[in-house]
Design a protein around this ligand. Structure first.
Ligand SMILES: *Cc1c(COP(=O)(O)O)cnc(C)c1O
Length: 522
């Protein structure tokens, strides 16, 4: 026998090699919890059913003879298991979520109330259209708001996420090129170096070739590089560009970019995930954009990330509108109708992207959000989001290194230039966890070394931003001083520093029962 150590001698659950150093593995009132297979056992159950009597085998003798291996839990064990796991989650309803490029803003409860109305929540997509006129009217009204806010003539409502909206826009562009007889020659899509990873992925998914445009010293599209790529060629299908871009900056040359790409015979796809920064202030249609997805779950506040599904309606210019996918809603004297077939007015549609009509619950939430803010309120959303980001940048610029000079839009971007040798962006992110904050976006955009991208959104108060900046300021000073202890953070979270490379490269996705212990000889 070795010496008794203080604290827990062995992990109560084999799955948990790095639990808190207490006898129980719990810390404070935060309960420790193993995998459901470790908590459960075959001799426990949450139900009490009589054994079936006189059952005859109808499986021809191939019925399973060994145990299924499913964990048996009592009802309180099952309830506690999921409750405890939920307490390990971080959520926008728990605290500030500075993740850049994600617009993690508060989701007003009013939206939820509207989405749960039985007339919206309990209908079925295959109900006769005459019985869902209200739902179709809502889709149509939301479409009208989106067209008005973007200054675009058409919108495809069915895409179910931002990336899905990109696919919609690029498929519309491909269809337009097919109609022009140029799909075979126009293969190249220009994508700035700062682009979100979904942009090049979408272009390739649609059969295009991606050609990267350099960023200039101001974090914007390098116009010389862009112009060079358009010279002496007719193989450009279009450009995919984010505005404000993923450096949190407005592309100042956007109108020239639009004119040049159109002159070259290409289309202009704008990634509209950052619309929160300009909603009510700038209409993408006025900038010469042909297609842009809108992340309802970002700009128009519906729970997302771990919290719920997305929705990515895609606005289209006159040039692309005929190619919009089915289904879509129309209105005449007989009421609202769903155009479901590729015929008649929809005969140029590129196809259909989803089984039904889109994310109805998200549509209700987004329209509730728009109507409760009004046009003036939406404009203020953009102004406050930009103000908050600039506040964060101003508060931290003396202890961290802003990636670019000048004001930012809705996101503050820092490089890791201020850290001492050996301390990296990931150490700062992990130290933030100990301070009670979800980390900011790290190492993205790729054009900035050790990037830290912070998007506070408009829903955080000055008090909350100050609390966050105080914490990050302290961490930044430790990073500049080369505090080695940061390399072990987080110390206070249920899970300590994990080997993330190993977890990504060799994920353990299957639970294996521990080998039975050898019975000791008497
Ligand atoms: C979030 C985001 C996307 C992708 O949106 P999803 O809804 O996650 O598919 C694309 N581009 C940018 C710039 C984004 O921030």
């Amino acid at each position: 026998m070795g010496m008794q150590t203080i604290g827990r001698p062995t992990a109560p659950f084999a799955s948990d090699a790095i639990a808190n150093d207490t006898i129980s593995g719990s810390r404070g009132l935060l309960q420790h919890e193993g995998l459901i297979f470790e908590v459960g056992s075959p001799d426990k159950t949450g139900v009490d059913l009589p054994k079936p009597k006189g059952r005859t085998d109808r499986l021809g003798g191939v019925a399973r003879k060994v145990d299924t291996g499913l964990p048996g839990l009592t009802e309180p064990e099952a309830v506690r298991h999921y409750m405890r796991l939920s307490q390990r989650n971080y959520a926008i309803d728990l605290g500030f979520f500075p993740l850049g490029s994600c617009t993690m803003k508060h989701n007003p409860r009013l939206n939820e109330k509207a989405a749960r109305l039985p007339g919206f929540a309990d209908i079925h997509p295959m109900q006769p259209q005459s019985t869902v006129q209200g739902a179709l009217a809502l889709i149509d009204e939301l479409a009208t708001w989106l067209k008005t806010l973007t200054g675009m003539p058409a919108v495809a409502m069915s895409p179910k996420a931002g990336a899905h909206g990109e696919l919609c826009g690029m498929l519309a562009i491909r269809q337009a090129l097919i109609a022009r007889g140029e799909a075979g020659t126009r293969k190249r899509v220009l994508v700035p170096a700062s682009a979100h990873g979904t942009n090049p992925a979408t272009a390739i998914q649609c059969g295009f070739i991606v050609d990267e445009i350099k960023a200039d010293a101001r974090g914007r599209v390098d116009m010389d590089d862009f112009k060079r790529k358009l010279e002496h060629t007719d193989d450009v299908a279009g450009i995919m560009l984010t505005n404000p871009n993923t450096c949190g900056l407005f592309e100042t040359d956007i109108k020239e970019i639009a004119d040049l790409i159109h002159d070259a015979g290409g289309y202009f796809y704008c990634d509209g995930a950052n619309f929160n920064a300009i909603v009510g202030r700038v209409r993408p249609g006025d900038l010469g954009i042909d297609a842009m997805h809108i992340n309802l779950h970002k700009t128009f506040s519906t729970p997302h990330g771990g919290g719920g599904p997305g929705s990515g309606p895609t606005v289209l210019s006159d040039a692309l509108a005929p190619f919009a996918p089915v289904p879509y809603v129309t209105y005449d004297n007989d009421g609202y109708h769903l155009i479901e077939q590729i015929e008649g007015e929809a005969s140029d549609a590129f196809g259909r992207m989803v089984a039904f009509h889109g994310q109805m619950g998200m549509f209700v939430r987004a329209l509730a959000y728009m109507l409760s803010h009004g046009a003036d309120g939406l404009k203020q959303v953009a102004e406050d989001a930009v103000l908050n980001a600039n506040y964060v940048q101003a508060r931290l610029k003396n202890v961290m290194t802003p990636a670019f000079d000048g004001f930012c839009m809705h996101e503050a971007l820092f490089s890791d230039a201020f850290t001492a040798d050996g301390i990296e962006t990931i150490d700062i992110a992990k130290a933030l966890i100990d301070e009670g904050y979800h980390p900011m976006t790290m190492y993205f955009p790729l054009v900035v070394h050790g990037a830290m991208l912070i998007e506070p959104t408009e829903t955080e108060s000055k008090q909350e931003l100050d609390r966050f900046c105080d914490a990050l300021e302290g961490i930044a000073k430790r990073a500049a001083a080369g505090d080695e202890a940061m390399k072990g953070a987080p110390y206070l979270a249920p899970m300590k520093r994990l080997d993330e490379t190993l977890a990504a490269r060799k994920p353990v996705l299957k639970w294996t029962p521990p080998a039975p212990e050898a019975i000791a000889a008497e």
